[in-house]
Structures are given as structure tokens and as C-alpha cells.
Design a protein around this ligand. Sequence first.
Ligand SMILES: [Zn+2]
Length: 314
Amino acid sequence: MVRIGIDLGGTNIVAGVVNEQNEIIAKAECKTNLPRPADAIIEDMARVTEQAVEKAGLTMDDVQYVGAGCPGTCNLETGIIEYSSNFGFKEVPLQKILSERLGKPVYIENDANAAALGETIAGAAKGAKSALCITLGTGVGGGIIIDGKIYGGFNFAGAELGHIVIVEGGEPCPCGRKGCWEAYASATGLIRQTKTAIEAFPDSPMAKIAKEYGKVSGRTAFDAMRQGDPIGKAVVDRYIGYLACGLVNIINIFQPEVLCIGGGICHEGDTLIKPLEAYIERERYSKYSKNQTRLCVATLGNDAGIIGAACLGA
Ligand SMILES: [Zn+2]
């Protein structure tokens, strides 16, 4: 028997057929095209599921169950997406509608939590009993795995690791707080910090790089630093400080076996990882413990959410 994992993203809806070795054997996808009513989106989730099953050369009879990673707060007991700001969802009974449509049991979970489970089952954190997975993108997503299971809190609203405050009274965050880790350590945060430095130093090599590419990206400051620009280096150093500060906070609370970070910025490799490790080693509370949290880079990318969703009914 195979299982289906669906990743309901803001840009794409992707369904994957996952075998018993937790490998994706076929995928199908379509655009999410927000904003749209929940019913239309759920119908597309069913449609891409059927397409993926067909691509795998199977029928729905071969499918054990369907798991879906969805944005927002997913109540695992009722199968309802209680709230999703990006999707404009409020009280959407996803589990019931999708299960009736496909004739299969359906499990739902928050997408970042599903991705953390996927990375722990089949990716960089494979084999770890406890893991924290952080994704650095538009925001900072996070998932907590304890004893191989997702910890989402008693009301399923966890784990919003991006919304721990690292600068009291700092940058405003869409969540309503000020100084959230997400506002500093996300790709969006890095781009903002880069733009501010370019405005202050319009003749710097970093400003020239931004002009050449016609835009500022998460790479701009790293590229400037590699060309020997002290302004670029200052932005990178500061960004790594913000990122590391939050990482040490969560290591101090959870002391996970593995701390896995993902997202486009991780393509910087050792340029990012080495200074992070040095900061963590210097500041973590567990300096004198025999065993230390292992920092690693996520390996599954977008497939993590699909594999994790396909494991929700296990
Ligand atoms: Zn926030």
C-alpha cells in the first residue's frame, strides 16, 4: 500500500505518492491561485491526488490514506483548519470534505510541522529521536519533533518558533509583536537589512552588486562579502548574529538531538554554518554537557512536507 502526502502551499498544491520506504514515487501539482474559496482549493487537492496516483501506475484502491500539510492552525481532533491568514481560511472542515471526496481516511497537520516530521523521518534529521526544524524563507517556520512525534501544543497552534522576540520593542511583525526572530532571521529580514545598508552606503561594492542584478536578494550581502566589501561583511555578520541568537534560545529550551535549518539562505553552506556553529558553541547553556545538539542543513527541500504528510496516519 502507498500513502499520499499533500503540500498545500501559497503558490502550489503538490500531491506525492509515498511508498513504504518513505520515498516519493510520483508527484502531481497545480497552482494554488489565491485568493479562492476553500471548496475550489479542496477539489484541486483531490484532483492532484488522483493525478499523482495515476502517474504512479496505481489506483485509489492502492492508497491507504491521505495526509495534508496545510498553512495555519489545524485542529487534529476535529480535522478543521481553524484559521489561516494567508489563505483567508476560517473553520474549514478539510478532513471531512476531502475524505468524502476521495473515499479515504484523511489526516491534517500544520505544514511546517509536517515538513519537520518529513525531515526527521527521511531527511537530514533521520534517526533522531528529538529534532527541531527551522525554515528560513519569507518568514521563519518551525516544527518540534519529540520522540518521533510532532509537538504542536494542546491547542494545535504550535510551534511558531519564528515569533519568539529577540529584540524587545524591535521591528514590527505581522503577528502583532515587535522584535520577533522572524523579522530579523528570515530572508525578508536579511533583504531589509541589506537595503538599509545600501541606502547608508550608496557607493559600496554591495550597492553596485544590487544595481547590477536589478534587485536586492538574500545573496546580495554574501556576494559583497566574498568580493571583500566590509559593508557586506557587516550585514552578514549582523544577520548571522540574529539567526544564531534565536537558535541558541531554542537549543537552551529543547536541547534537541538535531537542529535542522532549511531555506534558500542555506545554499551559502559553510559561509553560514561555520560562524553559526561557533556562536552556538560559545553561548549555549549546555557547554559542559557530554552530548551536544547537531546543527545540520535540511536535505529534502519541498519534499519534506509531502513525506511528512504521508506519515501522519502512521
Ligand atoms: Zn511575530
